[in-house]
Design a protein around this ligand. Structure first.
Ligand SMILES: Cc1ncc(COP(=O)(O)O)c(C=O)c1O
Length: 394
């Protein structure tokens, strides 16, 4: 039994892919989590919190050391100072932050603009709130080496009198696109014109690879801070995706909506992990630059290998996914191609049509995650060479 709101979403293709991957003992480049551990000093801090009795319900909006660490982290990243007690809400992962934004701020019938492809929970969260999703495509590159692009006219056309919010993600999963200041400006101008809220999912905020293309938070653009909720978490930045410690940063009027939902969704997030997360944010410089350097090398290695095999490669500027075109290997769709990859090459990837409303846009694409040990990536490349070599038609 599934409610009418969630019935259209069925079970995702990921369950089927995972089953196949296990059956074929595939190297797993499908899911977006590292196969290495997060920093010891963060794990130790959580262990110490457990040992010292920090084991009862947390402050519902976040333990004070954590909200203070988040406010400082946000200031270091954006130059914006927020009130840690009034404008930061700790949630169980960025996912809960997004759900709380939707359930606490969207009324039935309100429209929410999503960039597609979108992270899969977005659409379901809009539906759970009774909202109506509107889609703007990130267009696939037309030439080799190109990037995914946002079209200003298409963006404008997706806003209307019922638009209540736009939910964006940068750096972007699954394309690896980092939205430019100009593109963020277009989104901001539409939001202001329609008096819409901006929900900005920035879970990959530190995972950017090009010095001349930094991550920009839309909250820093003129007139945007007062209408923006910045959502993030420690999961990706500190390779601790299982911790599910996230947050929403917003002015008090928007925080009111987030908290209205959060208090009844989870009420509070695991107390000792919040203390570990605070240590992570305070000592980020001991870990994050090294992670970014390793991910950049992994990206370059995988991008080069995939290009040499015949995939149409777009180099991601951020996050830890690479979305490539598989048309050179025949005209099957992305699901068929991913099944073939598992069965013939023993490598699991994600068929991205699941991230699109307009499924045809994802048909020729496939997403690989590169947040994996070098040995895992090398084994995946070896298997791809053996399983696909020679089958590309150029
Ligand atoms: C764009 C995006 N947002 C949110 C999440 C989930 O974040 P969390 O694990 O903190 O809930 C993910 C995880 O893959 C993601 O890719």
């Amino acid at each position: 039994m599934v409610s009418a709101r969630l019935r259209p979403f069925g079970t995702t293709i990921f369950a089927e892919m995972t089953r196949l991957a296990i059956e074929h003992k595939a190297v797993n480049l499908s899911q977006g989590f590292p196969d290495f551990d997060g920093p010891a000093f963060v794990r130790d801090a959580a262990g110490a919190a457990i040992a010292s009795g920090k084991n009862q319900y947390a402050r519902p909006y976040g333990e004070v050391p954590l909200v203070e660490a988040i406010a400082d982290w946000h200031e270091r990243g954006t130059g914006l100072r927020v009130d840690p007690l009034a404008e930061v809400t700790v949630t169980s992962g960025c996912t809960e932050a997004i759900a709380a934004c939707m359930l606490g701020l969207i009324d039935p019938g309100d429209e929410v603009v999503l960039l597609e492809p979108y992270y899969d929970c977005y659409r379901a969260c809009v539906a759970m709130a009774g909202g109506v999703a509107k889609f703007v495509p990130l267009r696939t590159p037309t030439e080799a080496g190109g990037v995914f692009t946002l079209d200003r006219a298409e963006l404008r056309a997706s806003f209307g009198p019922r638009t209540k919010a736009v939910l964006l993600n940068t750096p972007h999963n699954p394309t690896g696109k980092v939205l430019t200041r100009e593109e963020l400006g277009w989104i901001g101008e539409c939001a202001i014109e329609h008096d819409a809220i901006v929900i900005s999912d920035e879970v990959y905020e530190k995972l950017v690879f090009e010095a001349d293309h930094p991550h920009v938070s839309i909250a820093t653009l003129p007139g945007m801070r007062e209408r923006t909720i910045v959502c993030s978490s420690i999961g990706k930045t500190f390779s601790l995706t299982g911790w599910k410690v996230g947050w929403a940063i917003a002015p008090e009027r928007l925080t009111a909506g987030v908290r209205a939902a959060h208090q009844f969704l989870t009420f509070a997030t695991a107390t000792p992990l919040q203390h570990g997360a605070a240590e992570a944010l305070r000592r980020a410089d001991e870990y994050v630059p090294g992670l970014v350097a390793e991910l950049r090398e992994s990206r370059d290695m995988l991008a080069e290998a995939l290009a040499s095999l015949g995939f149409g490669v777009t180099r991601p500027e951020g996050a830890y996914f690479i979305m490539v075109d598989h048309s050179a290997f025949g005209d099957g769709d992305d699901v068929a191609f991913c099944k073939r990859l598992i069965e013939r090459a023993g490598v699991a990837a994600i068929p991205p049509s699941a991230f699109y409303n307009e499924k045809s846009l994802g048909r020729s694409l496939v997403r690989f995650a590169f947040c994996k040990k070098r040995a895992t990536l090398e084994e995946a490349v070896r298997r791809l060479r053996a399983g696909l070599n020679g089958s590309a038609v150029r």
